[in-house]
Structures are given as structure tokens and as C-alpha cells.
Design a binder for this molecule. Structure first.
Ligand SMILES: Cc1cc2nc3c(=O)[nH]c(=O)nc-3n(C[C@H](O)[C@H](O)[C@H](O)COP(=O)(O)OP(=O)(O)OC[C@H]3O[C@@H](n4cnc5c(N)ncnc54)[C@H](O)[C@@H]3O)c2cc1C
Length: 480
């Protein structure tokens, strides 16, 4: 007989869990504090512009296919994933740029232009990251306990994935210049951690990026949560929006959820809300001294006309990478010369803006709010000037003259909108001590029947692995 299951949060992890569990004939109800699904995968519409406000890179498409297959559906009936070419463009502070193409031979030619011999280095790097990926991938659909760390099977595997080396050290073995090492490790910033601190096995993202390529769902990123929600609804899941859970507790054989005005009991509960927030605020527990990912400052611009010189994804690197990272992760100050990212989805997808117009989404990594920090508002004008000056050099125009509409999203908004502890945009940091076996498990050790799916649990953050966390949880519930 199906179980009565509640899911707290309709982010990607909650939606994917709802689809899987309702497909297995459970009685699933989803409670979401916001008026719509998606969580951090959020859409803002204004003056005909459709701003995807969160994730923009679709990597590891097999993880997306898996959730549809699990539910007996074909992803093609829900999502039109198009491989991007070029994959992205990198802009260096000295005016040089590097284009990463879908065709790796073209990328190798670009690399040779920047560093003699880098084409061969690229081959070696891809070979090594492919090997690491093959070891890591099977682990991404399992929840590990700390005990298993001492299982000889996993000890042997751990040795293969270079746990004690950093992502940066790995890149350094294949490329000489910092310019290229950064080009092959910047992905760490998108897990909210410095490439000097992320373990080398996170280079699976570089593998995904260069071997599996980068995709865009036509119609925009928000198609992803909408597809998962419609699949869950098709199998009978019920969605309750504007329904914030205030407390979770054990209640002799069931688990109670408390809301402002009511209390409900369930056989199983899956928490998709941020793990650290849920532990402290919903379960009333003290939490360990976790390390948290960085936060981000976001600017969304709807432009009056199309632009030239930009790819769909664009990365601008700081002139002093070490200083930039130290300001974010150690000094807790707003970077003076930041690395940042510019998403121009209208390069690929005209449906996201009125005809002939363009979207620019600018993401600047900044410190999280674990400690008092320099006030972003005080430094905001300077930060924007620095970012816009670099964009203007590529654009050959002043971007501010082109703006038809603008929205901003600050670190504090991650707390007030999504309940994300300390505004850590990417959840718990992905350092060695919070990875794999050492990341919070997907089940609760004290309350039987309580599970966790989402960015701060195993296997980690980012859309594909959050989708994997929903499979871990659904499989555990099926076995229970
Ligand atoms: C700006 C940005 C850029 C990113 N870029 C990428 C990228 O390019 N590629 C990629 O793969 N990943 C990217 N990520 C990471 C990715 O978006 C996240 O890892 C993923 O969306 C997290 O999903 P989740 O389901 O764990 O959590 P969330 O999306 O946070 O969902 C949790 C849900 O729980 C709800 N909730 C919280 N508390 C309660 C409560 N008490 N009661 C009811 N509901 C509650 C929240 O409102 C939210 O809807 C990015 C993230 C951001 C913010």
C-alpha cells in the first residue's frame, strides 16, 4: 500500500522526489513556502523578458534523463535540451579571450594559441578527469555513512580519485599558465568554493563540461521545474503553495508537520528545504560548525537591443585570482576586482525576450553571511562600475544606455526568499570534509522516516546531483 508522504519544499530536489514517489503510487503532498515551484531555479517575468534567476548551465544531461526514465516517461516529451556551441567564452583582464567549443579539436587550437603545448595538456587533463568521473559516477546514487569510509572497497576507490589534491593542483599538472589553470577550474566557484580548496575529484564538472558538453532547455531553465511538477501532478502528487512548514517533530510512529494554523501527520517526510536551516529552524537542533559556500550578487538586465561579442555563457576573470578568492572566502570583503559570470540566454533562445531584445544576467560571487561583512550596499556602486566597465569593453558601448529594465538579487534575499542558511547560495561548501561520506546523509538518524534531498546533502549541489539525491531518497523510502 502507498505511504502518506510529505515533501517540504518544491525546489528541484523536492519536485524530483515528488515525481518519483507519486509514480510509485504513494500519496504525496508537497508543501512550499513560495507561491510557485522551482526554489532557486526561479523565473522572473517583466516587460516581456523572462529572467531565469538561478541556475543557467545544464550539465550531465544523463542525470536529467534518468528521472524521467524512472517515472516511465521520455524526457523529450518534456524538455528540448540543445547542446551549446560555443560552450562558453572566457574574457581575461589583459583583453585576451578563450572560446571553448563543442568540438574539442577547436578548443585545443584555442588553448595552443594561449600556451604552447596546451593542446596536449588538454588531452591529458580530459583523460584524467574521465578516469575520475568513471570512479565517482556510481557513487552519486548512494548515501554513505561514515562507517563505510573504512570499507576496503571504498578506501581503494578513494585513492583513485585524488582526495588530498585540490582541483587547482590537478589542473597545474596539465597546464603551465594560471590563465589556463583557471579556465579548467573556474567551475569550483559555481559550487561556491575556491578551486584551491575544492578536492580534485570535483574535476568531474570539467569532464562534464568538455566531454558531455553544455545544454540549454529551449524555453528557458524554468522549463525544468515545470516539467518535474507536471510529471508529479500527472501521477497524483498534490501541491500546496504559500504553505511554510514551521516545525517538524516525531509523533509516535508518524512525523508531524506544523504550519501557522494546522498540524498534519505523515508516514514519511522528505525535507528539500536547505539542510542547515531545516536542522536548526525546523528540527530545533544545534548544528555542527559547517563550512558554507559563498553567496552571490545578481543583476538582471533586459536590454533594448541585441548585442555582439558575447556567447550564451561568458566568464570574466579577475586580474588577481588569489586575492579575489581570499576576499570572498577568507577576508569576508566585497571583491575589488571580481571574477564574474554573464549569462546571455537570448543568444540561443529568442523566446526569452521581446523580438530584437537581449537578456544579460550578471553573477558576482561575494562572501556569505556567516560573519559580519562589509556592507554590500555601501560598495555596490563601485562593484557595478568595475563589472560594467569590463562588459563595456567587449560590448563597445555603455551597457547602462541599453537597459530597458533591471532587477537585482542580494545575499540577504537567499535567506528571506528561500530560507538558505547564511545566504550560502550553493549550500554547504564542497570541501573534502563535507564531501561524499562526510556530507550530511539523506536520512535522519533520530527520526525514522525523515529524509533529506537537496544541495547540502549527499551527493551535493548543482541540478544533476540534486536530482540524484531525490533518487537516493525515493529508493530508501521504497525499501522501507
Ligand atoms: C544564482 C545561482 C546559480 C546557479 N547556477 C547553477 C548552474 O548553472 N547549474 C547547476 O546545475 N546549478 C546551479 N546552481 C545550483 C542549483 O540551483 C541548486 O543546487 C539547486 O537548484 C538546489 O535545489 P534544491 O532542491 O536543493 O533547493 P532549493 O531550490 O533551495 O529548494 C528548496 C525549496 O524549499 C522551500 N522551503 C524552504 N523552507 C521551507 C519551509 N519551511 N516550508 C516549505 N518550503 C520551504 C524553498 O522556498 C525552496 O523552494 C545555481 C544556484 C544559484 C542560486
Amino acid at each position: 500500500m502507498g505511504k502518506k508522504i510529505a515533501i517540504v519544499g518544491a525546489g528541484i530536489g523536492g519536485l524530483a522526489a515528488a515525481a518519483r514517489l507519486s509514480n510509485k503510487s504513494h500519496d504525496v503532498e508537497v508543501f512550499e513556502k513560495l507561491p510557485e515551484c522551482g526554489g532557486r531555479t526561479h523565473l522572473l517575468q517583466d516587460k516581456g523578458f523572462k529572467f531565469d534567476m538561478g541556475p543557467s548551465f545544464v550539465m550531465m544531461p544523463d542525470f536529467f534523463e534518468e528521472v524521467f526514465n524512472y517515472c516511465g516517461q521520455d524526457i523529450k516529451d518534456y524538455l528540448d535540451l540543445q547542446a551549446l556551441d560555443p560552450s562558453y567564452k572566457i574574457f581575461y583582464p589583459d583583453g585576451d579571450s578563450l572560446t571553448v567549443y563543442k568540438d574539442s579539436r577547436r578548443t585545443a587550437e584555442e588553448l595552443e594559441r594561449i600556451e604552447k603545448g596546451a593542446g596536449l595538456g588538454f588531452e591529458g587533463f580530459i583523460k584524467e578527469t574521465t578516469r575520475i568521473y568513471k570512479s565517482v559516477r556510481p557513487l552519486l546514487y548512494n548515501c554513505f555513512s561514515r562507517k563505510e569510509l573504512f570499507n576496503p572497497k571504498y578506501l581503494g576507490l578513494a585513492a583513485k580519485i585524488r582526495p588530498l589534491e585540490s582541483y587547482w593542483q590537478l589542473a597545474k599538472q596539465f597546464f603551465n599558465s594560471d590563465k589556463l589553470c583557471y579556465a579548467f577550474t573556474f567551475e569550483a566557484m559555481f559550487m561556491g568554493v575556491s578551486p584551491f580548496e575544492a578536492p580534485a575529484f570535483y574535476s568531474v564538472i570539467s569532464y562534464a563540461d568538455h566531454v558531455q558538453k553544455i545544454y540549454h532547455p529551449m524555453g528557458g531553465m524554468y522549463r525544468i521545474p515545470l516539467s518535474l511538477e507536471s510529471m508529479a501532478v500527472k501521477f497524483g502528487a498534490k501541491f500546496h503553495y504559500n504553505s511554510e512548514v514551521k516545525k517538524i517533530s516525531r509523533n509516535s510512529g508518524t512525523i508531524s508537520l506544523e504550519f501557522n494554523t494546522k498540524k498534519m501527520d505523515f508516514d514519511r517526510v522528505v525535507v528539500n528545504a536547505d539542510y542547515a536551516y531545516a536542522q536548526s529552524e525546523l528540527l530545533g537542533r544545534s548544528i555542527p560548525d559547517y563550512r558554507y559556500s559563498c553567496s552571490v550578487y545578481l543583476i538582471y538586465l533586459g536590454l533594448k537591443r541585441k548585442t555582439e561579442g558575447f556567447a550564451h555563457h561568458n566568464l570574466f576573470f579577475s586580474a588577481d585570482l588569489k586575492k579575489n578568492l581570499s576576499q570572498i572566502f577568507h577576508e569576508n570583503v566585497i571583491p575589488e576586482d571580481p571574477s564574474f559570470y554573464v549569462h546571455v540566454p537570448t543568444v540561443t533562445d529568442a523566446s526569452l525576450a521581446p523580438q530584437g531584445k537581449e537578456i544579460f544576467y550578471i553573477l558576482v560571487p561575494v562572501p556569505n553571511l556567516t560573519r559580519p561583512q562589509e556592507d554590500l550596499f555601501r560598495k555596490e556602486d563601485r562593484l557595478r562600475r568595475t563589472v560594467f566597465d569590463r562588459i563595456n569593453r567587449v560590448l563597445g558601448a555603455d551597457i547602462e544606455d541599453l537597459v530597458e529594465t533591471e532587477h537585482r538579487f542580494y545575499p540577504q534575499d537567499f535567506i528571506s526568499r528561500y530560507n538558505i542558511k547564511y545566504a550560502a547560495t550553493f549550500g554547504l561548501a564542497h570541501n573534502l570534509m563535507q564531501s561524499a561520506f562526510l556530507r550530511p546523509a539523506n536520512f535522519d538518524r533520530k527520526i525514522k522516516g525523515l529524509y533529506f534531498a537537496g544541495a547540502s546533502t549527499q551527493p551535493g549541489g548543482g541540478l544533476p546531483v540534486v536530482i540524484a539525491s531525490s533518487k537516493i531518497v525515493a529508493d530508501m523510502i521504497q525499501r522501507s
